[in-house]
Ligand binder design. Sequence first.
Ligand SMILES: [Cu+2]
Length: 162
Amino acid sequence: MNTKRIFSRRRALPVARLAASVFAVALATGAVAEVRVDGPWARATVAGQQASGAFMTLTSSSDARLVGVQSPAAGNAEIHEMTLENNVMRMHAIDSLPLPAGKPVELRPGGYHLMLLELKKPLDAGQSVALTLTIEDAQGKRERVDVQAQIRPLGGGHGRMH
Ligand SMILES: [Cu+2]
């Protein structure tokens, strides 16, 4: 993930082996999935509200998975899915969200979403909130994608939990 750190750890290697490892890193970098992020937004909160949802459409150029999310605005953030249990919509944290090659995956109210928890201050409509997504490709290589999500007002009545 952090190539600088890898290089410094391997600085003691003989030159020939170092060159080989640089080549391997370059190949791996070429294989990293490119992920397009469309329409990122987060739901505004009122004072005292500890959690909110963030939504967007993710399209990866190759098979990959969303494996994590972080935000400086939140003490904790998770990937959530909604399921219907006995006619009640419930949300669960999931470890990863598959991003099949070329297929747009929609995160939206009532479906998959990013859950921002332990909010440090209210999310005010009209501003934006920074998110960092961690994407893992089919080879297990991870990359980070920075996203600015527009904060939109609370909708009337629909999906108040998010
Ligand atoms: Cu949630």
